[in-house]
Design a binder for this molecule. Structure first.
Ligand code: GLP
Length: 243
């Protein structure tokens, strides 16, 4: 894993945008894997700003999001579809039909998972996957204990993940109990991965990733076995980690 140390959240977002924009300009037909959560908000802001100022075009890009809450429709303000529309898709020239996110309001989540995995494969897989990390080491919504062999599946969210994400909802009760997420194997098939880590709340997770063993109880640890991972981490997340 290649690690890039940056000062703070702003620098992390700028560096991530720089790397992503280089790829999009080199390969305008690329498949981008996208993440949600607080971490990539700054990256999306940078992409929107670049699109407005420099006109980088996404007309041929396809995007594949990692996950979606089960039970929320794309119109629900807390769905990841709404998040993506608001933070990125509404502000760049990416055709809406080229943006893929698992459907949360399906009445057959199992089938939705099979279809999503097939969709990923039919498009030739993700070229560059953006990832954040949960404080328990989750990537996408792959909670501790998820098989490294897993493909897109339904997962029951842990109490700590629901609590961490409750800040976006009116109350903890409203946070869905399940999500559809790309599996660990699906994520690992990405040709390249960019993991963003910012803030003191991620310090333990980053230390565990850098110093711990590869183990299903810490899902992000699998990234150590991927041939092309770059981590962009800020000083608050790095703490005393010697790199
Ligand atoms: C969320 C998302 C993940 C994200 C992680 C960290 O629940 N499903 O894709 O990377 O948890 O979120 P944040 O960036 O808000 O800390």
């Amino acid at each position: 894993m290649n690690i890039i140390k940056v000062k703070n959240y702003e620098e992390m977002s700028q560096k991530a945008a720089e790397i992503l924009l280089d790829k999009v300009r080199q390969s305008p037909k690329m498949n981008l894997g996208l993440a949600t959560g607080g971490t990539p908000v700054g990256l999306y802001r940078e992409l929107v700003q670049d699109h407005q100022q420099n006109g980088t075009s996404y007309t041929q890009v396809k995007t594949f999001n990692l996950d979606e809450y089960v039970g929320l429709s794309g119109d629900d303000p807390n769905s990841y579809r709404s998040y993506m529309n608001e933070k990125l898709f509404n502000h760049v020239d990416l055709p809406r039909e080229s943006t893929f996110i698992p459907r949360g309001d399906t009445n057959n989540p199992g089938q939705e998972c099979t279809d999503y995995e097939a969709l990923l494969k039919n498009h030739g897989g993700v070229d560059l996957q953006i990832l954040g990390i949960g404080s328990n080491g989750h990537i996408g919504f792959n909670e501790p204990g998820t098989s490294f062999q897993s493909e897109t599946h339904v997962i029951e969210l842990t109490a700590s993940t629901r609590e961490a994400n409750a800040r976006y909802f009116n109350s903890l009760d409203e946070v869905p109990t399940h999500a559809i997420t790309m599996g660990i194997a699906s994520i690992m098939r990405s040709k390249e991965i960019l993991l963003l880590v910012s803030g003191e709340s991620k310090r333990e997770a980053l230390a565990q990733l850098m110093e711990g063993e590869v183990n299903e109880n810490f899902p992000a640890s699998i990234l150590k076995t991927h041939p092309c991972v770059t981590i962009i981490a800020d000083e608050a997340a790095l703490g005393k980690l010697a790199i």
